[in-house]
Design a protein around this ligand. Structure first.
Ligand SMILES: Cc1ncc(COP(=O)(O)O)c(C=O)c1O
Length: 338
């Protein structure tokens, strides 16, 4: 275990690990779902596990306010707002995105929880100005990095890896491939270290959705970034563990050209899982990860009869953002009868 860091318990853990019987029958593989979408604040999601650790650190440092950054529709921002609200802290989110023209999805939930969203032209100067603005009002600001992915942020998923290993054991799953989204990398890195460092029989496969840097060598670039992140963590925790780029099992081919783009093939996966299991996945993160997992099952890379675990990391509000919602509405119109 990575020692020396504590958390404030917010979540009702463990989250369920459940077998998806209908899709398992359909695809010929035992598919389990780790329901981190069911974590208990503000429609849930993966960032809450990280935020239990950030909250402890923030309260220890006497913070009165949490500030974080991300895209306008950041799930991480929404959950930072949720944790702040619950513990009597103020919250603000800073984004370089343009105002999308409507207050929907995560922005709606941010505002409902009393969180301010600052649309800035440039993150470097915008960040300084926003922090100063609140400090001038007497707030003690604690800054949570984008996606909650730094040394502290991996602890939530390190712990989840142990939780998942124990649950798999209880269900008699001897080995399985765990599919998880790779965004700001904290979830993947926490899981990987939790599996490797604690000798879990579970293997991890990351499906990358961010960043899309347009280069031909997305996988190499991602592995470089993962190695750099790992080295930072190794140093911070004085870990007696060696990892090389070959240890990062990640796929970048399911990005489909951009971050958070509306795609018919991803919506097909969203309908598929909703109609088979009544589980809702999102178009930006979990939809692409689920698509990647199904594709690797269908291509035979994941052998028939084997076990897989799909990490459901949340992201539900994403379906209500305009550019996804209009496509969904068009396709679902035939289900409306007047
Ligand atoms: C719903 C959802 N799933 C997965 C991820 C990826 O997690 P990470 O940023 O830790 O890589 C995110 C990140 O924002 C997310 O919002």
């Amino acid at each position: 275990m990575l020692l020396g860091h504590d958390k404030i318990e917010i979540l009702h853990l463990p989250t369920p690990l459940e077998r998806l019987n209908n899709v398992s029958d359909d695809l010929g593989v035992n598919i389990y779902c780790k329901r981190d979408d069911l974590t208990n604040l503000a429609t849930g999601g993966n960032k809450l596990r990280k935020l239990e650790y950030f909250l402890k650190d923030a309260l220890d440092k006497g913070a009165t306010m949490l500030i974080t950054e991300g895209g306008a529709q950041t799930n991480h921002g929404r959950l930072t707002a949720a944790v702040a609200t619950k513990f009597g802290l103020k919250c603000a989110i800073i984004t370089e995105d343009e105002y999308p023209g409507e207050i929907s999805a995560n922005l709606l939930l941010d505002g409902m929880m009393g969180c301010h969203v600052h649309f800035v032209k440039d993150m470097e100067t915008g960040r300084q100005e926003v922090i100063k603005h609140y400090e001038d009002q007497g707030e003690k600001v604690y800054y949570v990095p984008m996606g909650g992915s730094n040394e502290l942020g991996i602890l939530g998923y390190y712990e989840c890896a142990q939780e998942l290993t124990a649950q798999a054991q209880e269900l008699g799953i001897e080995d399985a491939t765990v599919f998880s989204t790779v965004g700001s990398m904290g979830t993947y890195m926490g899981l990987l270290l939790g599996f490797v460092n604690e000798n879990s029989p579970l293997k991890l496969k990351g499906i990358n959705v961010l960043p899309y840097d347009g280069s031909d060598d997305l996988t190499e670039n991602l592995k470089d970034a993962l190695l750099e992140y790992f080295q930072q963590i190794k140093l911070f925790y004085n870990l007696d563990l060696e990892l090389t780029k070959a240890d990062f099992d990640v796929e970048t081919k399911y990005i489909h050209g951009a971050y958070n783009n509306p795609l018919p093939e991803i919506r097909d996966m969203m309908y598929y899982l909703a109609r088979k299991e009544a589980i809702i996945i999102d178009p930006c993160y979990t939809g692409k990860t689920f698509e990647g997992m199904v594709d690797l099952i269908k291509s035979g890379e994941i052998p028939q009869g084997s076990n897989v675990i799909f990490m459901h990391t949340g992201g539900l509000p994403g379906i209500y953002t305009k550019h996804h919602r209009v496509e969904l509405e068009k396709e679902l119109m035939p289900y409306m009868h007047f």
